[in-house]
Design a protein around this ligand. Structure first.
Ligand SMILES: [Ca+2]
Ligand SMILES: [Ca+2]
Length: 160
C-alpha cells in the first residue's frame, strides 16, 4: 500500500515536467537567414528568423518575442506579437501552435562582451567569437510567462 502511495506523486510530477500543459510558450527555430550580415550595408544587415511556437493555453497572442543578440547584455530587440487565437479560444485555454517570422533589422557592428548575456547562457551559448554572433529568441505570452527559447546557429558579422 505504501508503495502505491509513493508512486502517484512521482507520476504526476513526470506529467507536469512533460511540458504539454506548460502555460509558457515554447519556441523552436527552424531557419534563419542570411548566415552572414554586413553592418555597413543596410540591405545586408537584416536577419530573418523563422520559428515554430506552441502554447498550451493559447495566450501567446498579444505577448512579446525577445531576440537576444548574444554579443552583449543589452542587445535585446522586442517584438509585439499580434493577436493569434480568438478571444473565446484564449478564454478557454485552447492550445495553439504555428510559425512566426521575425526580422531583426539593422544589426550593428558592436564589440563582443567576454561573456554572453544571461539569456543566451541559459540556452547553452557559452561564448561568442569576435566577428560572429548568435541570436536567441524567447517568447513571452500575454500573461507574462516566458518559455524556453531557442537560438540560431552562428551568424557571421562582417567587420571592416
Ligand atoms: Ca501561455
Ligand atoms: Ca537594414
Amino acid at each position: 500500500m505504501r508503495r502505491c502511495h509513493l508512486l502517484i506523486p512521482v507520476l504526476l510530477l513526470a506529467a507536469a515536467c512533460g511540458g504539454d500543459d506548460d502555460p509558457a510558450p515554447f519556441a523552436s527555430i527552424t531557419e534563419f537567414s542570411p548566415e552572414s550580415l554586413d553592418p555597413t550595408d543596410d540591405a545586408a544587415d537584416d536577419l530573418t528568423i523563422l520559428l515554430e511556437y506552441r502554447d498550451a493555453d493559447g495566450d501567446l497572442g498579444d505577448g512579446i518575442a525577445e531576440v537576444h543578440d548574444c554579443r552583449a547584455e543589452d542587445l535585446v530587440a522586442t517584438f509585439d506579437l499580434p493577436a493569434i487565437a480568438s478571444e473565446e479560444a484564449v478564454e478557454d485555454g485552447v492550445p495553439i501552435e504555428g510559425m512566426l517570422s521575425i526580422v531583426v533589422a539593422d544589426v550593428g557592428d558592436i564589440p563582443t562582451d567576454s561573456r554572453p548575456p544571461r539569456a543566451c547562457e541559459d540556452l547553452g551559448i557559452d561564448s561568442v567569437a569576435s566577428g560572429e554572433s548568435v541570436f536567441c529568441v524567447v517568447l513571452i505570452d500575454a500573461a507574462g510567462n516566458a518559455g524556453t527559447g531557442d537560438c540560431t546557429g552562428t551568424v557571421t558579422i562582417a567587420t571592416p
